[in-house]
Design a protein around this ligand. Structure first.
Ligand code: ZN
Length: 140
């Protein structure tokens, strides 16, 4: 399970001026959906590990625009900025592997989209909005 506090990564305090009501609402929705899929992973015995950096399953949560701008390889229009995406810690690819196999299962049922595992080493990127391609699993 992840919490909204873990999702903010302290940036709701350090970057309070960049946090809008829209972002707060979207982040709360993201946390709910991600917890639903984490529950299914637990049922499927997918091994979940806490990130040594954040001490939670969240490898990267909310990125205020100023933070996103200095995040290496971050997309210019990253949904992390809008509270609509999260990176889960996935050091050995177990989450990505299971999520990839659930394109027509849990991902579709819950309304989540996955960045292609080939593009996300050590983490799994989930978002609550479809990419422009509309593909359930997509390349950024
Ligand atoms: Zn991401």
């Amino acid at each position: 399970m992840i919490t909204l506090t873990q999702y903010w990564m302290g940036r709701n305090v350090s970057n309070a001026l960049e946090l809008t009501p829209d972002i707060q609402r979207e982040a709360a929705f993201t946390v709910i959906l991600v917890n639903k899929i984490l529950e299914r992973m637990q049922q499927a015995k997918v091994p979940l590990e806490l990130s040594p950096d954040t001490k939670s399953l969240v490898a990267s949560g909310w990125r205020p625009p100023s933070v996103n701008a200095r995040t290496p390889n971050a997309a210019v229009r990253s949904l992390h900025m809008k509270g609509q995406a999260v990176d889960l810690y996935d050091p050995d690819g177990a989450l990505d592997e299971w999520l990839f196999s659930e394109q027509d299962g849990a991902l579709r049922e819950l309304g989540l989209w996955l960045e292609h595992p080939a593009a996300t080493k050590n983490w799994a990127h989930l978002q609550t909005l479809p990419p422009r391609s509309g593909r359930r699993v997509f390349y950024p």
